[in-house]
Each structure stands twice: as C-alpha cells, then as structure tokens.
Design a protein around this ligand. Sequence first.
Ligand code: URA
Length: 433
Amino acid sequence: MRVVDIILKKRNNLPLTKEEIHFIIDGYVNEKIPDYQISALLMAICFNGLNREERINLTLEMLHSGEEVDLSKIEGICVDKHSTGGVGDKTSLVVAPIVASCGLKIAKMSGRGLGHTGGTLDKLESIPGFSINVSSEDFFKQVKDIGIAIVGQTANITPADKKLYALRDVTGTVESVGLISASIMSKKLASGAHSILLDVKVGDGAFMKTIDDAKVLASSMVDIGNSCGRKTVAMLTDMDQPLGEAVGNSIEVIEAIETLKGRGNKDFTKLCYEISAEMLMMTGCAKTKEEATSLIKEKIESGEALDKLKMMIIYQHGNPDVINDYSLFGKAKTDILVKATKTGYIEKIKTLDVGVSAMLLGAGRAKKEDKIDPTVGVSVKVKVGNFVNSGDTLAIIHSNGKNEKEAYKMLQDSFVISDNFVKEQDIILGIVK
Ligand code: URA
C-alpha cells in the first residue's frame, strides 16, 4: 500500500477501506508516515467527508491505538458524560454527584481547557489540595467505595487522537464531522463506560454554530457509540450565552456547589436536571422523566448529591470545608463592574468573547503551557431576553490585573442591547437517541 494512493483516493471522493484506514493510523502512530502526508489526507477528508463505515473504522483504529480502561471490575452501571465544550460549562461537577447519589458509577477521565473553553480538571484543581493525579489502583478503589471519581488520564488512551488532534489544530482540519466524531468517540469508548451521554453544544461559544450542524455531529457520534455496543444519547444544548453565571475556575466550582445545594441559576439547574434525568433513564435507573426528576430533587433536597461531591473531594485530598466556606478558595484582588450603556433587552451575548475575556484574565490557556489563575474570571449577571436599564450591572470581572483593560473592553462589547422585545432562549434544543 502507498500513502499517496490513499490520499488520491480520498481526494477523488472515494471511500477508504478498513485496511487502508488501519495502514494510515498504524503508520502515523509508529512514525512511518510523515505529518505532511497525513495533513494532505486530513484536508481531503475535510472536503469530501467520511461515510458511516469509514467513521466507525476510523474510530475503532484510533481506539485500538492505545490502552482501554476495563471497568468490568466495578459492580454496577458505569456511565460517562461528555460535553463538546463551552463557556461556563461546569455541568459535570453537578451531574456526576447527582447520578452517583442515585446509584450509578462515575469513573470519569476529564480534560483541561484550551482556548476559550474551560476544562473540568482545571476547575477541580481550584479546590485547595485537590489532586487529579490518581493511580489506577486508587481510581478503581474510589469508584468502588463511593461511586464517583473525576481524574486526569490514568492510562495511555488513544495516542492516535493525540497526534492527529495536534496536527489538525495547526492545519485547519478540525471542523469535520467524521474527524470530530472519531476523535471524541474513540476517547469515550477507551474510557470504558457502558453508557455515554453527549452534551453537544450549539451556538456562538461552541464548535457547532448551527443546530443543523450540531444534529449531524450528534447523530454521527450516537451511531458510532451504539454500533460499538455502548448505549449513547446526545442532547443538543444552547451555547449562545454562557452557561449559568460563572466563567472561570473557583467561581465555577462555587456555582456548582450552590446548584447542588438547590440554589443554582435557573437555566443551569434546568440543564443539570435534564442531563441527569436522561442518564438515569438511559441506564434504566428511572422509567420515566417524572420518576427521574423526582429522584434528582430528592437527592438534592436530602443533601446526598452534595455529599457525593464532598466525598470525592476527601478521597482526592482536597479540603472539604470549601463546601461551606467559599473564602477557602481565595479571591481575586479586584471586582470590576461592566454596566449597560443603554436601556433595552439583551439581544445577544457574544459567548466566544466572554470566554476569551475570562481566558485573557488568566482563567484559561492560550497555549498548553500557560498557567491558570484559579481565582479570576467573569460573572455574567444577565441572560438573553432580560430587560436592563442603562447603568445596570451586566457582568463582574474578577481580576488580578492581567490583561484587565483588554478583557474589560471585550466583555463590554459582548453584550448587544436592543430596543425591541427579545424572547428568552431555551437551553435544551433537542435530543438524538
Ligand atoms: N473535541 C475533541 O476531543 N476532538 C475534536 O476533534 C473536537 C473536539
């Protein structure tokens, strides 16, 4: 087989065989095929796509390029939740404790944030002492003991994805349904969960800008997951405004704790309940939405869900007192108010720009090696459709001085206020099963 023939085949819009896909992935991981040939192939895939069989074969080849986590040692149903990435997305910190308190097992490997989107690991590390580096043995023990662990990668999973993603990032070949599906699903399958809930974000702050594109991606991932024997469901959810209020690290953990105490922001609480309910239904823990919702309410009201988070913090060496004393997180030096410059309805919040302003303040990384400042970020005080008077607070910047002026200007410009009535946006946009 010659790589150039495979590139030409895809350039001519012909489907690749299982053997050809194996040849490519194996050759690339083992450094027998250079970056420039893989780049050409990736670009041809971006233009001509991958059919269903190619997507499944590519996912499986990437999955088999590394280790797979074997969760069969854990009794019960292991369930995973994955978000395609958004601004203020602290959903896992609420949903994981809720479903764990309902009896499901969460053995989750999360990622770090890059660019305008945050990462669960960075958020958890804002808890004093909290460790995401857990040995494989301790990881399994923790899930067996308390039903929940969220850690950094413990195994060498999907090395093919690591190499391909880094190359796609610098060759303009990220945006391809086939490539994104294989990248995400190979990692999810390698993590070993029996059931997978995908939260596919749609809008300005997400990869997928339109509902139609998001549906295509969601259907592709659900199809791959189900055909590989894992029950997979995708929810399409709004990312045309930041999720909840907080965009940062410690402030997002505080918002997650407040939500577990039953005092969360309305939209964010709704999202957490809907995702948790779907996870309970897809695993057979609840037969109907009503049954799932009343179980979730019970676990929030009794404090059992919050207790799961507390236990996870204890097992992972964090200080559990943060749950009742937020001052233990530390605080940014200055709070700066961003105010409305006119009266009217919030028509649009440029979500990507809100994420970038938090990143500029130090809440995220522009480059992999950048260091996170856990205390900085942005609290967004309004939602699309809200009426505001000139001078009302739209957002608060929590700053330690880094890029403060630039972040302020970007945040101020991210709110669009209209004289006309604007309808509130729904957070749940669809579901693909
Ligand atoms: N997230 C991933 O893990 N992979 C992609 O290709 C895009 C988003």
